[in-house]
Design a protein around this ligand. Structure first.
Ligand SMILES: [Zn+2]
Length: 189
């Protein structure tokens, strides 16, 4: 069924709904790609999406689960390797990504080097891999920091982002690359 997304918030919630369905319907492990093919899957996504938008459920379940994944062991969040791990910024700090634990995962040095100054969506696109290959833990965290930044800027209710560009998760996740509008910067208040 076609889903009409009306703003940035819904664009992010739709992606969260897929993460929830990946676990609930497909029992997806964190690093393995999701399949996202069955009718049941998409039906579950739709209902979950509506509940997220209506506030009947929250994203905290995903995020709580992510905490467990982090606690579960020292593994690269991208490939599962256990050697040469380092903390990696999901949205690079060189592109204004926050220096907080929400924006960080453990990564092996190979993945960290290969990803370089890209966010996970850009990196997987460059590898010609669909977004459903991005590990659950990484995607859950990316969505969280991106939504928080849109809320901070008041662009979570924008009906396209950036203005005139429609609603694409790819663009929505580039929020940190855009200057904070003058009218919303603290100095203008
Ligand atoms: Zn790795």
């Amino acid at each position: 069924m076609a889903v009409k997304l009306v703003n940035v918030f819904e664009t992010i919630m739709y992606e969260y709904a897929k993460l929830i369905a990946d676990r609930a319907i497909e029992e997806r492990e964190t690093v393995a790609p999701a399949a996202r093919e069955s009718k049941d899957y998409w039906s579950f996504v739709w209902h979950t999406f509506r509940k997220l938008c209506d506030g009947k459920i929250t994203t905290s379940a995903v995020l709580r689960e992510n905490k467990l994944l982090v606690a579960a062991g020292n593994r690269c969040a991208y490939c599962g390797a256990t050697e040469l791990l380092q903390w990696e910024h999901i949205v690079p700090t060189s592109r204004n990504g926050p220096n907080t634990i929400d924006n960080m995962v453990l990564s092996c040095s190979k993945c960290n080097r290969e990803k370089a100054a890209r966010n996970p969506i850009e990196w997987y696109n460059a590898k010609k891999l669909h977004r459903k290959h991005i590990p659950r833990l990484v995607m859950g965290k990316l969505l969280k920091v991106v939504l928080e930044e849109h809320r901070r800027r008041g662009t979570d209710s924008a009906s396209d982002y950036p203005e005139g560009e429609g609603l694409h998760l790819y663009n929505v996740c580039l929020v940190f690359d855009h200057a904070v509008p003058r009218s919303q910067s603290p100095s203008a208040a």
